[in-house]
Design a protein around this ligand. Structure first.
Ligand code: NAD
Length: 489
C-alpha cells in the first residue's frame, strides 16, 4: 500500500549514510510500489551540486550499493527513481539556500507530509532544528528524523531534547535506532507476546540468566576520529544493546502502539541498578607489537590518532533489573569490534529442572532459547530428550531449530531492511520503533556514571587479540558466577 504523498528533505544528502542506507532504502520502497507518484526527495548539503549532479552521484551510489542482479532487473526503475530527486546547496549554519528550499517545498501553501532527515553530524542537529523553525518550514504534518548519536552524555542529550522541544512536538521527533527496524528485533516482541509458550516462564523464577551479544568483526577503520571520542559504551551499549535489553525484559504493553511500548521500555531502563565497577570489563583490540594481535591487522591504537588512546572497543557487563519480574536474574551484555565473527544473538538460559528423576548420572540439562538477530536469523530452543538406544535412561540435548530463511522461504529476502521499514514508518507517522526523549535520557543516566567511574579511576582497557572473543577478563566475569559465555558464531 503506497504511503501518502510526501516531501523528504535529507540534510547530509551527499554523505555516507545517505548514499549507503537512506537512498538505497528509498529506492527499494520505490520499486515495491510504496512511494506515491508525486513523492519527492530533496538532497541538501553544503556542496554546490545541481539536481543533475546529485542524480549522478546517487546513481553511482546505488550501483555500488545494490547487487548487480538488482540493478539489472530494476534498471528502468532506477531512472524513474532518480527523477524524483532534487538537490539544494544549503549550509545548516548559514542563511543561504533556505528560501530556495521553502519555494521548492511549495510553502507556505503545501499541506503534504514533510520529513526532514538530519543525516549530518550531531553538532548540526540543533542548528537545523532552529533553521527549520526560523524559516517556517514546519507545520503539524512535519516530522524530523534524528540520527545517532543522540547526545554524548545525559547533559548533552537533555540540551538537545530541550532545543528540539522548543521547535517541535515530541510526536514529530523520530530518534533513530536502526536496530529497532530490524525484522528480527521486532520479532522479539512477536515471539514473546504472540506465543503462550514463553511468557509464563519469562521471569526470574524460571530464567537463570540472559546474555546479549552484539559482536562485530570489523574495526574502527573509516570512523576512527568519531569512534575514539565515543567508544563501545556510548556507540553501542547505551543505545542498541539497551534497546535489545528493553525488548527482552519489558512487561507486556497493553497495545503495540508508540506510547505503550516506549513506556514499558522506559520502566526497564529506570529499573536498572547502577553497575558495580567489578561487573564491567573494557577491552581494546591489540596488534602483534602488543604481543596479542595478528600481524596483518592494525591495532586500535594504530588506527586512531592518539597512540595512547584509552577508548574501549569492547565492553562486557553484568546488569540487574530491580523489579518484581527480574530481581536476581543477571543480564550479561557484551559488544565489541574486531571479534571472531559478526553476530548478534540473545541467549535466554532457563534454570535446571528442580529435581532429576533420572539420578545424578543424567547430568544437568537446562533449556536454552537462542534468538539470532544476524546473521542467519532464527530461533533455536535446546530441549532435553532420551539418548536413543538401549543404554538406559541417558539424557541428551537437541536443538529445535528454526532458521527464518528456511521456514519462510523466499519471503524473508523480500523483507524490508531496517531503514526501509523505519523511513516508511516516519512517513506514516508511526513512532513505535523510535526512541522517545525520556528513554534516551534514562539510558544516558545509567551510562554516565559508568563512564565517569572509568575516568576517575584512570581505567585502561584490557588488550585483546583481533579475531578473538574479547579480553580474558570477560570470561572471568562469567566464571566468578559459575557461568560461561555462549560462543560467538
Ligand atoms: P558524512 O560525513 O559522510 O556526511 C555528512 C553530510 O553532512 C555530508 O552530506 C555533508 O555535506 C553534510 N554537511 C556537513 N556539514 C554541513 C553543513 N554545515 N550544512 C549542511 N550539510 C552539511 O556522515 P555520515 O556517515 O553520512 O553520517 C551522518 C549522520 O548519521 C551522523 O550523525 C552519523 O553519526 C549518523 N550515522 C551514520 C552511520 C553510517 O553508517 N554512516 C550509521 C549510523 C549513524
Amino acid at each position: 500500500i503506497p504511503v501518502q504523498a510526501f516531501d523528504l528533505v535529507i540534510f547530509g544528502g551527499t554523505g555516507d549514510l545517505a548514499r549507503r542506507k537512506i537512498l538505497p532504502a528509498l529506492f527499494r520502497r520505490h520499486c515495491a510500489g510504496q512511494l506515491p507518484q508525486d513523492a519527492r526527495i530533496v538532497g541538501a548539503a553544503r556542496r554546490a551540486l545541481g539536481s543533475d549532479g546529485y542524480r549522478d552521484l546517487i546513481r553511482d551510489a546505488l550501483q555500488n550499493e545494490l547487487s548487480g542482479a538488482e540493478i539489472a532487473t530494476r534498471g528502468e526503475e532506477l531512472e524513474r527513481f532518480l527523477a524524483r530527486l532534487e538537490y539544494l546547496a544549503i549550509d545548516a549554519e548559514a542563511r543561504d539556500g533556505w528560501a530556495a528550499l521553502k519555494q521548492m517545498l511549495g510553502l507556505p501553501s503545501s499541506n503534504r507530509v514533510r520529513v526532514f532527515y538530519f543525516s549530518v553530524g550531531p553538532a548540526l542537529f540543533a542548528p537545523l532544528a532552529e533553521q527549520i523553525w526560523t524559516h517556517q518550514l514546519a507545520d503539524d504534518q512535519t516530522r524530523i528524523v534524528v540520527e545517532k548519536p543522540f547526545g554524548h552524555d545525559l547533559a548533552s542529550a537533555k540540551a538537545l531534547n530541550r532545543t528540539l522541544a522548543g521547535h517541535f512536538d515530541e510526536s514529530q521527533i523520530y530518534r533513530i535506532d536502526h536496530y529497532l527496524g530490524k525484522e528480527t528485533v521486532q520479532n522479539l516482541m512477536a515471539i514473546r507476546f504472540g506465543n503462550m509458550l514463553f511468557e509464563p516462564l519469562w521471569n526470574s523464577q524460571y530464567v537463570d540468566h540472559i546474555q546479549i551479544t552484539v559482536a562485530e568483526s570489523v574495526g574502527v577503520d573509516g570512523r576512527a576520529s568519531y569512534y575514539d571520542k565515543s567508544g563501545a559504551m556510548r556507540d553501542m551499549m547505551q543505545n542498541h544493546l539497551m534497546q535489545l535489553l528493553c525488548l527482552i525484559a519489558m512487561e507486556p504493553p497493553a497495545k503495540f502502539d508508540p506510547d505503550a511500548v516506549r513506556g514499558e521500555k522506559l520502566k526497564v531502563i529506570r529499573a536498572l541498578e547502577p553497575v558495580e565497577p567489578h561487573h564491567i570489563v573494557r577491552g581494546q583490540y591489540a596488534s602483534a607489537e602488543d604481543g596479542a594481535g595478528r600481524d596483518d591487522d592494525q591495532s586500535y591504537r594504530e588506527t586512531v590518532e592518539d597512540p595512547r588512546s584509552t577508548t574501549e572497543s569492547y565492553v562486557a557487563l553484568k546488569a540487574h533489573i530491580s523489579n518484581w519480574r527480574w530481581a536476581g536474574t543477571p543480564f550479561y551484555l557484551r559488544t565489541g569490534k574486531r571479534l571472531v565473527a559478526r553476530s548478534s544473538v540473545i541467549n535466554v538460559f532457563f534454570k535446571d529442572a528442580p529435581h532429576s528423576i533420572f539420578g545424578a548420572d543424567a547430568g544437568r540439562h537446562a533449556n536454552l532459547l537462542t534468538i539470532r538477530l544476524q546473521p542467519n536469523e532464527g530461533i533455536t530452543l535446546k530441549v532435553t530428550i532420551k539418548e536413543p538406544g538401549p543404554g538406559g535412561m541417558r539424557l541428551i540435548d537437541v536443538p529445535l531449530d528454526m532458521s527464518f530463511a528456511q521456514a519462510l522461504g523466499a519471503d524473508i529476502d523480500g523483507a524490508p531492511d531496517a531503514y526501509e521499514r523505519l523511513i516508511t514508518d516516519v512517513i506514516r507517522g508511526n513512532q513505535t520503533l523510535f526512541m522517545r526523549g525520556d528513554e534516551v535520557e534514562a539510558a544516558w543516566a545509567w551510562t554516565d556514571p559508568i563512564i565517569a567511574g572509568w575516568t576517575s579511576r584512570g581505567d585502561v582497557p584490557k588488550p585483546y587479540d583481533s579475531g578473538s572473543t574479547g579480553p580474558g577478563d570477560a570470561d572471568l566475569l562469567m566464571r566468578r558466577d559459575e557461568r560461561e559465555w555462549r560462543g560467538i558464531n
